[in-house]
Design a protein around this ligand. Structure first.
Ligand code: FE
Length: 134
């Protein structure tokens, strides 16, 4: 995948303060505060920073966590998983493979009849593109 490299200043100019905090500083939005927590429309979730395709609405589920949750990525390789031992926890961080933006974390308590994975993603790191009904 072709990577996008931008300076800190360029990201600050392109992103909102909240998007910058989450995507570039690995921040987390408050639970149940995000735009896409309850979204059920058909479409594609892409990276809010670079447009990289990340998740299909077909893999979104209601986890009760307060963040948009998916049980799979649209394409292996579009997201990189990194070990994250910050905040006194051992977690797996999900990062956009194209721009390096922080998206959220991955847990293994997802739906057992699917992959068993839960991609717990900040709404602010996503942009939803509704599927055309035509
Ligand atoms: Fe990205």
């Amino acid at each position: 995948m072709e990577e996008i490299k931008k300076s800190d200043q360029e990201w600050r100019e392109q992103l909102t303060d909240q998007q910058y905090h989450i995507l570039r500083e690995a921040g987390t939005e408050r639970p149940f505060s995000g735009e896409y927590v309850d979204t059920e429309d058909d479409g594609m979730y892409v990276c809010a920073a670079c447009g990289n395709r990340l998740f299909s609405s077909g893999t979104k589920f209601h986890s009760g966590s307060g963040w948009p949750s998916f049980w799979d990525v649209i394409n292996e390789g579009n997201i990189e998983l990194h070990t994250d031992s910050s905040q006194g926890m051992n977690r797996v961080e999900a990062v956009c493979a194209k721009c390096g933006g922080h998206l959220g974390h991955v847990f293994n308590d997802g739906p057992q009849d699917k992959t068993g994975m839960r991609y717990c993603i900040n709404s602010a790191a996503l942009e939803f593109e509704a599927q055309s009904s035509e």
